[in-house]
Design a protein around this ligand. Structure first.
Ligand SMILES: Nc1ncnc2c1ncn2[C@@H]1O[C@H](COP(=O)(O)OP(=O)(O)OP(=O)(O)O)[C@@H](O)[C@H]1O
Ligand SMILES: [Mg+2]
Length: 267
């Protein structure tokens, strides 16, 4: 299954993407995580050191991968389909979490720091990636709505929109939802995160109902997760922390939902 994780800045995209990926790997799945944020930090959530993270070769600079091109010679338009196993063996880095990581990176043209080409590479990679049963690809997107315009997540099965109870985060979530409805993935769900108490949970649920968005889960605010973020520590997917337990429930709900037969062609 290919899952993209989106939302406003700081709502917990990387925490949720990384934890979902680690949980899937713990269940014996082959998992590729793609950090599609131009300021990547998923590596640390998956247990790499800052030095190891620094030395990751971005997709945008991986000429071996980029050169898998069509007869038209258009770089990054792959003529081969890749399997998850190909990517794991040749292009991704194994992390202590058991997840195989790729980083999108940026392509600077004329010093502008434009990420369009890098996004196009990820889009094409996802499009040509064959995902079998027990394979998962998890995409940690950059904050905001721009990735939708670039089509980075066009070829995923599921788009998760993360939001806390803040009205600005919910506003961004609605924008992402509305844009994705037009041309994005078929299955788009809201996930509440950093939710404190029933009142906030109800508020997020009401927002979802009012705007016709499906809420698939709520992750509570968890002091242990906040502290780990401050200290740069990794939270194990097996830890009993309440936010991690809630992400486990989210993972099971997603699997159940996607395999319910109603949601189209999912591996
Ligand atoms: N459920 C939670 N409870 C407490 N703290 C959380 C929770 N989820 C995430 N955090 C903390 O919030 C901070 C931001 O999380 P994270 O980096 O995952 O957000 P993000 O959406 O990926 O941010 P960015 O937009 O900068 O990429 C981190 O310090 C993280 O540890
Ligand atoms: Mg992030």
């Amino acid at each position: 299954m290919k899952i993209a994780v989106s939302g406003k800045g700081g709502v917990g995209k990387t925490f949720i993407a990384g934890t979902l990926a680690s949980i899937a790997a713990g269940k014996g799945h082959r998992v590729i995580a793609i950090d599609a944020d131009s300021s990547p930090n998923l590596a640390l959530t998956l247990g790499l050191t800052p030095d190891e993270a620094h030395h990751l070769l971005p997709i945008a600079k991986n000429t071996r991968l980029i050169n898998k091109k069509t007869k038209t010679d258009y770089p990054g338009v792959y003529n081969l389909t890749f399997t998850v196993q190909d990517i794991i063996e040749k292009y991704a880095l194994a992390t202590p979490a058991g997840v195989h990581l790729m980083v999108m990176g940026t392509v600077t043209s004329m010093g502008s720091g434009c990420t369009c080409q890098a996004n196009a590479l990820v889009r094409n990679l996802l499009r040509h990636l064959i995902v079998k049963q027990d394979d998962d690809v998890i995409l940690d997107l950059e904050a905001g709505v721009e990735h939708l315009g670039r089509g980075t997540a066009d070829h995923v099965d599921l788009l998760l929109i993360i939001s806390d109870a803040n009205s600005k985060s919910l506003g961004t979530a609605k924008k992402i939802h509305d844009l994705a409805e037009g041309f994005g993935p078929k299955n788009v769900y809201l996930v509440g995160n950093q939710i404190e108490g029933e009142e906030e949970e109800d508020l997020v649920a009401q927002f979802a109902e009012d705007h016709g968005i499906t809420l698939i889960g709520c992750i509570p605010f968890d002091e242990a997760v906040r502290r780990a973020g401050v200290r740069g520590e990794v939270i194990s997917p097996d830890s009993g922390e309440k936010a991690v337990k809630a992400v486990r429930i989210l993972y099971d709900t997603i699997i159940e939902d996607m395999h319910s037969g109603k949601k189209g062609d999912i591996a």
